[in-house]
Design a binder for this molecule. Sequence first.
Ligand code: SF4
Ligand code: FES
Length: 243
Amino acid sequence: MQISPNTIGIDGQEIPFTTGQTIMDAALAAKVYIPHLCHYPGLTPSGNCRLCMVEIGNRSVAACITPAVAGQEIRNNTPELNEMRKAITQMLFVEGNHICPSCEKTGNCKLQAMGYYLGMLDDRFPQFYQRREVDASHAGILLDRGRCILCDLCVRASRDVDGKNVFAIAGRGTDAHLIVNSPTGKLADSALKTTDLAATICPVGAILIKEQGYLVPIGQRMHDQHTIRETSLLENIVKSNDD
Ligand code: SF4
Ligand code: FES
């Protein structure tokens, strides 16, 4: 494949990029989907979900944190990579309490949509059944840590967009958990508002706006109508138009 300056190749397709863009930025701008859960257009990438792993030669890299460099030949949509992404998704499912039929977020959940997109038919791994604290103290917002996938999006949204630093991730490995920056450690005593990006960015049902869970009936929700590929590409277009 002939690659001209300032382009990369993804699965044989020539994709333009500008200096400073990551592989993910360039791919999404060209409407090429690289699966992701912890990337959100406009927020500093954290590279922690590993769904966006792609291959360049013999190397595997996270597309959301790897700069685009002219001439890169990238493999993305391959059976092997999608199988690896499915295994990661299955691990995320068993590590938390993702009981989709009883979750308010069903149909709007990116983890659930990723499972469908990757053809996940079972959990594959044993369930952890973690007991993690639920914080229902806030008048308008619920935090269920049992559903948190530690994607770090609320942390970055609160810090970089809302300017509040309400959330942080403490601990490591299986002890890692979301903490709330307030005198009591409870959401009610934090600066979080329902209008904050941090209150609405959660890809799963860990942070929910109260009393809105069933405004849209099950069957008519975002991922009941559209795949995560479609909504992720749209999310990027909407953000680009806002800038
Ligand atoms: Fe991500 Fe939601 Fe957990 Fe925040 S609460 S780290 S947005 S899964
Ligand atoms: Fe790249 Fe999560 S989207 S690591």
